[in-house]
Design a protein around this ligand. Sequence first.
Ligand code: AMP
Ligand code: MG
Length: 410
Amino acid sequence: MSDCCSAPGLKPFNEALSQMLAQVSPITETLTLPIAQSMNYVLAQDIASPLNVPPHDNSAMDGYAFAINSLSASKTLKLVGRSMAGAPFQGECNAGECIRIMTGAKMPAGCDSVEMQENVSVAGEQISFLQEKTFGSHVRNAGEDIQINQQVLQQGHRITAVDIGVLASLGVAEVKVFRKLKVALIATGDELKLPGQALESGDIYESNSFVLAAMLNKLHVEVINFGIIGDDLAAITAAFVSADEQADAVISSGGVSVGDADYTKTVLDDLGEIAFWKIAMKPGKPFAFGKLKNSVFFGLPGNPVSALVTFHQLALVALIKMQNAQALKRTHIKVKCSTALKKSPGRMDFQRGILSVNEQGETVVASTGSQGSGILSSLAKANCFIILASEQGKLAAGEMVEVQLFDEFL
Ligand code: AMP
Ligand code: MG
């Protein structure tokens, strides 16, 4: 009945992504922070430089400052003063004169060039220049790093350690940033136990909330972790109600399939509005997105690989928009695949790959092997996704494929 390329009831991946992005709104609340506390926050203002950096012409060397024209008359100049970093020479340096100068010290009035101390000979106040010099030697010009009013950082930029240094160098003490997003995490499943607990028959260790919390920490959001909630309608309802009251986004894993104990979808249907809950992607078909009273929700599948891939490809992209941060730029390249790949048409695949350079110097990708959606080690070994279009079938070794390199979140 269904042809190869349309999977009935499944939303194409790109449609799901754009529909989801259209439905989430960036936060607007801001706070002002001292720069030392601003790491990883998203800037809520453009930053233009209030000054030239460096603020004045200064010496790049320990040596002697002079006017280049003085040297055409004589190679020996008279020492008439000193300019130190923080204690500039106050007077004027005239023709035939020079000034002792240290690295970073302000260029004295009347000087345009510097000679390093290793290239002069000193006899009392007589300084002899041993080499030819050109105009402007060893001088760092005012504004050569950043000019006054030049835009340095843009709204939406995530502040890095280097940015904090740049802000300090501009004399900027505080910045306006967007507040942290609050994200609630709920892991559902009667079989789940925390690492450290004993497993009883049929139990497994809960891993989704650990991976997700770690990735959310990288994203610099506030994580509200509800831990493990059993497969119980009332308990899941209570967790979602509480999460919705506290968070901007609620992320659950498990219980979105159609099994007897899959209550998440029922609860979401009841408390909010589900925009869609099945995507034509592999891994990750059962992914629910929608709105609760105050927050948005992302209902991830329970299988660890599916949970991670849908979080990374969909939820994370939406959270970044909600943070008001610049969109992620993921790197896609086309390379030869050195292994054969299994694939049935109908869903877009995110297979786990290992990108490397072979002995011929060619960049190639290989499958990590078994692609089961419960096999978390397949992701741990990988450094990229091999993205295969929905209509694509199996591939023989040697064919070209599209690869998405892992970003900083994986
Ligand atoms: P579900 O979507 O609840 O049917 O779960 C699908 C599969 O993922 C089952 O094998 C679950 O045991 C497993 N699973 C669900 N949640 C988690 C979790 N938080 N950590 C690890 N495995 C999970
Ligand atoms: Mg379950």
